[in-house]
Design a protein around this ligand. Sequence first.
Ligand SMILES: *Cc1c(COP(=O)(O)O)cnc(C)c1O
Length: 391
Amino acid sequence: MDTHLQTELVHHAQANLIAGWAAIPAPVTRASTVLFPNLAALRALDWRHDAQWRYGLHATPISHALAQQLAALEGATQALLQPSGLAAIVNVYQGLLQQGDDVLIPDNAYTPNRDYGAWLARFGISARYYDPLIGADIAQLIQANTRLIWLEAPGSVTMEVPDVRGITQIARARGIYTALDNTWSAGLAFKPFEHGCDISVQALTKYQSGGSDILMGATLTTDTELYLKLKQARMQLGFGVSADDCALVLRGLPSMKVRYAAHEQSALALARWLKTRPEVAAVLHPALPDCPGHAFWKRDFSGSGGLFSVVFDEKYTSAQIDRFVEGLQFFKLGFSWGGALSLALPYDVAPLRTATRWPHRGGLVRFFIGLEDERDLRADLERSMSTHLLG
Ligand SMILES: *Cc1c(COP(=O)(O)O)cnc(C)c1O
């Protein structure tokens, strides 16, 4: 039966992990050792099949149930879980690249991903950075040894939305893998496999868990050969996930779509209001026209969630912007996002760019709009702006 996503999020196939047992939550299958009835059963195991239980590190029934549900959510056929979003990114690098290879990374990529590219120089792999708005001109950067192109849609601090299809079409034609960090959309608002991507990466730490208490990541694919490459690397890296953490992510999933919509509604209202404020030079929200790549958001995305950035007028010093951020009552200071609490952080973007010049001179603040009443958040922003952004 062709059901809708929200129904699938609630009615996922998790209840029948233990024969004769029926309850709504999946049983939390904690295990290191997995027991075999005899040696023949142990020796017959095929590492390529997740549900042939071998060892708790590789998969248990609850991690398998979570992986399958995540795959279904994005239209993938297979998913692997890693102990963090960054571990999922590392799994992609380790699964696909070897000495002598080259990788292209967008200039606005999640900073630890950018940094991992540079780290690969130790292993004889080169990383080069590209303008996230490059589109089909990526063709000009491709070398004979280019094996992987990263995309992030949108960049999670500066919010440029890439022309995903423009890039993946070129990559496909040249036999180069594409991996897209899809964390901003939670797999809800953007479907990478409909746009030619080979791998989708999620930090489940964010909206999927929704509780600000879990670290987990996922790599999703539609190609079995690619899946097995990633799986082999995952085994070599020793990446596993805890059954308890899987249970908490599974608890978050049924409400994820409604949470995402609630974050989105408040975030759009606040972004539009911030745009009217004299203190603000630009609102970088993919669903609003100020945001570079907005046309691609409009073409390819069905939603926008709670994360966006604002560039303040250049007349404010970074010390003033810091005081504004610290002066907020409901917006807390901290990395990550996707939970109930609103967050705000100032970023110094210019030093993070190498392929492009950051065009703004004013300070940038990234906001995550939580599940508080939007009117209280607006009053909080207004009060701290009028106290700290004077002149
Ligand atoms: C948070 C985040 C990650 C990493 O997730 P962790 O679980 O914190 O390691 C990767 N990519 C993006 C875009 C993120 O926002």
